[in-house]
Design a protein around this ligand. Structure first.
Ligand SMILES: [Zn+2]
Length: 312
């Protein structure tokens, strides 16, 4: 059985607002409750995060933007944009989220765990170098990839983003790089508006960016075909040393935000497909980072399924 790390911290729940918002603390509560109630928690290696350092954030984000996010601590509540709220604790939660994914990375590279799932919030894949958007402040997975390249002498990192929205921030972070292969499966056209298949990267990064857009109402077949027929062959060519997953579950058929029709079975199959790639090229090394997913009853189940498959 593989040793799987689980990143969670109660302070992730403190990022909240005073009105209804789909990206709320109940999401992580649902995940943690499902993992605890099922007994799965006993089999996981618990990783309690410490805050990231400012220089970790600046691997991807500008100093000016970092200071803007830091300054949100001085305000009880506010809105960065129409979608993206903050409160006094948002900065603390966001620093812990990055700290958590980096700790998972360190433990994995030290051989203490084989894989990890990071149940963090705020989510990250929409966050750009110099601004927040789409509920995201710091791009957790992009920072992890950059940190692994710089600190662990890795040369080829693959990121697959199966959240129902395009991972614009992650795409932009590595658009001109050939050391990170980024693939996003997402509803298109839809928020955030990016994610065209013709966006394949630029300069040295050309052909290292793979967008697999899906039309409204796309189902399991479209989703899994993209993974098997497009992403897997790209991985056979790229031969990543580690696989990072932007694990978002808002493409689920009963999710309130994204009109896709992906079922529980397909998400299980997506994890199995990712695992086969990681087993073949990455010595099984996978770090998954939570992005979206707004159906509270499914979210816990989806994460349990994902963890069970990683553990096999
Ligand atoms: Zn999403």
């Amino acid at each position: 059985m593989k040793k799987v790390g689980y990143v969670y911290h109660k302070d992730f729940l403190k990022h909240t607002t005073d009105r209804y918002h789909p990206e709320n603390p109940q999401r992580l509560k649902a995940i943690d409750k499902a993992i605890t109630d099922s007994g799965l928690i006993e089999k996981l290696t618990i990783i309690e995060p410490k805050p990231a350092q400012p220089e970790d954030i600046q691997l991807i984000h500008t100093e000016k933007y970092f200071q803007i996010v830091k300054s949100t601590q001085d305000h009880p509540l506010g809105d960065y944009d129409a979608d993206t709220y903050y409160c006094r604790h948002t900065y603390t939660a966001a620093m812990l989220a990055v700290g958590g994914v980096l700790q998972a990375g360190q433990m994995l590279m030290d051989g203490k765990i084989d894989c990890a799932f990071c149940a963090v919030r705020p989510p990250g894949h929409h966050a750009e170098a110099d601004h927040a958007m789409g509920f995201c402040f710091f791009n957790n997975i992009a920072i992890l990839a950059k940190w692994l390249l710089q600190n662990h002498n890795l040369k080829r990192i693959a990121i697959i983003d199966w959240d129902g929205h395009h991972g614009n921030g992650t795409q932009h972070a590595f658009y001109a790089s050939d050391d990170v292969h980024f693939c996003s499966l997402h509803l298109y056209p839809f928020f955030p508006g990016t994610g065209k298949p013709s966006d394949i990267g630029t300069g040295e990064g050309e052909s290292y960016n793979l967008n697999l857009p899906m039309a409204y109402g796309s189902d399991d077949e479209v989703f899994l075909r993209g993974m098997r027929h497009n992403w897997v062959p790209a991985m056979v060519k790229f031969k990543p040393e580690i696989l990072l997953i932007s694990a978002g579950y808002d493409g689920y058929c009963d999710d309130p935000l994204v009109p896709l029709e992906i079922t529980r079975d397909a998400y299980q199959e997506a994890t199995r497909t990712a695992k086969r790639v990681a087993d073949k090229y990455c010595q099984g090394r996978i770090i998954s980072v939570l992005e979206g997913g707004y159906n509270m009853s499914f979210l816990g189940q989806a994460v349990i399924d994902h963890l069970n498959i990683l553990m096999e």
